[in-house]
Ligand binder design. Structure first.
Ligand SMILES: C[S@@+](CC[C@H](N)C(=O)[O-])C[C@H]1O[C@@H](n2cnc3c(N)ncnc32)[C@H](O)[C@@H]1O
Length: 337
């Protein structure tokens, strides 16, 4: 790496960064997209690995500020865009960027988001129950506090079960609804103590509120919807041979990525939700014989090395999957609004 002016986040070590860049395999003069800029760890590695052009996207205005600093460090080669990767095809089109050779997504929240108490992502600090990734946007006005104070018990239980895979979701929802009759729940620590009143901490186990916090964050930021739209958008913009590399942090995301790649690489028999419904006789025959739009590069999901897990416990649940675009048409062509 060449030496660059130091910044507070220069020493940020991204999870599976080396592996992600190896699988992306950036080439000189190619154009690449990092859909989750974060602290820019992947971006720096990509820019130092080849003389490529790189576009980064992030929905968090704080990340955009850091991206602007990187634009100055790599003039003409790097550009940061504010928005969601679910809209990456629209963002790239608006910026006049075409012929994409590779896209990387490193999902979830950044260390900066988790470690900034007032963002309200972490149960480790007492802070407002916020959890919005894009705090400045009109597109994201409701907070985690709004959800716990206004959703009915059944809906809360279903969110906590579905996105947190929390078996005690009903008990937690009931405790939340009971507590908010006394006073609105506005702080992270209030939610932690409500959850802790019904979920016991196991010796050496995670904080009992871990799954509930994960569930609210995923639901509020529509993280799984973003992932679905992002993968479909990547399929539309990648040129043949272009690579899509995705790093996930929990089983819900990893399952979704695995299923997408399995289907798009033609390894799923009919009946999948991505395949056309053959009962509709009005469909054109070409709809019924979709060609694989991706071929897999990774077999099983790639985990972090033992060494990385030892030096960064947050890495332990990370998994990487990568695939390469074929020259078949994208399965999900965008339908004009
Ligand atoms: C795990 S961090 C990425 C870290 C980055 N790879 C690095 O090396 O610093 C995830 C980042 O993605 C952003 N993000 C999450 N979902 C997003 C979405 N749907 N669209 C755009 N950015 C998103 C978050 O705001 C966060 O900054």
């Amino acid at each position: 790496m060449s030496s660059k002016p130091s910044s507070p986040h220069h020493d940020h070590i991204p999870v599976l960064g080396k592996e992600a860049v190896q699988w992306l395999d950036p080439q000189d003069e190619g154009t690449y997209v990092d859909g989750t800029f974060g602290a820019g760890g992947y971006c720096r590695l990509i820019l130092e690995t080849s003389k490529c052009n790189l576009i980064a996207i992030d929905r968090d205005p704080e990340a955009i500020k850091r991206g602007k600093e990187l634009e100055i460090e790599y003039p003409g080669r790097f550009q940061i865009l504010h928005g969601t990767f679910g809209d990456l095809d629209i963002l790239l089109e608006e910026a006049g960027i075409t012929e994409i050779s590779g896209i990387v997504l490193d999902l979830g929240v950044s260390s900066m988001q988790l470690d900034t108490p007032e963002r309200g992502f972490s149960f480790r600090f007492d802070a407002p129950l916020n959890m919005r990734m894009d705090q400045g946007s009109l597109a994201q006005t409701i907070t985690a506090s709004d959800i716990v104070n206004t959703y009915d018990e059944e809906k809360l239980a279903s969110i906590i079960y579905k996105y947190g895979e929390e078996r005690k979701s009903r008990w937690i929802a009931r405790a939340i609804c009971k507590q908010r009759m006394i006073a609105p729940i506005t702080r992270t620590t209030e939610l932690v103590s409500i959850v802790s009143s019904v979920v016991r901490r196991r010796p050496g186990g995670n904080n009992p509120a871990t799954k509930t916090f994960q569930a609210l964050r995923i639901y509020l930021n529509d993280e799984l919807g973003e992932l679905e739209r992002g993968m479909a958008a990547a399929e539309r913009v990648l040129q043949p041979g272009g690579r899509l590399v995705i790093v996930t942090f929990h089983s819900l995301e990893d399952r979704q990525v695995k299923l997408f790649f399995k289907e798009r690489s033609g390894r799923t028999p009919s009946g999948s939700r991505y395949l056309p419904d053959t009962s509709d006789l009005s469909r054109q025959p070409s709809d019924l014989s979709r060609q694989p739009s991706f071929s897999m590069l990774t077999g099983r999901a790639v985990p972090p090395s033992e060494e990385e897990i030892l030096s960064n416990t947050r890495a332990r649940s990370a998994r990487l999957r990568a695939a390469q675009r074929t020259n078949a048409p994208a399965w999900d062509q965008k339908v004009a609004a």
